[in-house]
Write a protein that binds this ligand. Structure first.
Ligand SMILES: [Zn+2]
Ligand SMILES: [Zn+2]
Length: 125
């Protein structure tokens, strides 16, 4: 699941069930604690809340032993035209997938599997 959704009550991020509503919002139900909340499915920048986003291909890298990196696939990440303008320009210029290392906003899961379990990862800058 690409979207970063978690329950506002218990923090559950996997046992969630989304149901689209007629208004275009999505009702999310947490199966762990049965909290229901609504989510605007439109992608917004977590920093400036702009909905003007650009989906760029990002390489999915697997770190093999040592320092060898190999691209196993690509995924799409959304970037803000305002905050991530440089990255978007860079990607459009090169025409290739971005490397996760270049991205200030991306959690690189391959980097450290221990650290990513820590809570409270805010993009507060
Ligand atoms: Zn919950
Ligand atoms: Zn932004």
């Amino acid at each position: 699941m690409a979207a970063d959704i978690s329950c506002p009550e218990c923090g559950e991020s996997e046992d969630l069930q989304g149901t689209p509503t007629e208004s275009g919002l999505i009702n999310i139900c947490c199966l762990a604690c049965e909290t229901v909340w609504q989510r605007d499915p439109q992608v917004r920048c977590p920093r400036c809340e702009s909905a003007d986003m650009y989906a760029a291909p990002v390489a999915v890298i697997e770190k093999s032993r040592g320092t060898q990196l190999s691209i196993v696939s690509t995924t799409s990440e959304y970037f803000c035209w305002t905050c991530d303008r440089d990255l978007i320009d860079e990607q459009r210029r090169s025409g290739t997938a971005l490397m996760p290392d270049q991205l200030p906003t991306l959690d690189t899961e391959t980097e450290s599997e221990n650290q990513q379990r820590m809570e409270g990862r805010d993009d507060r800058t």
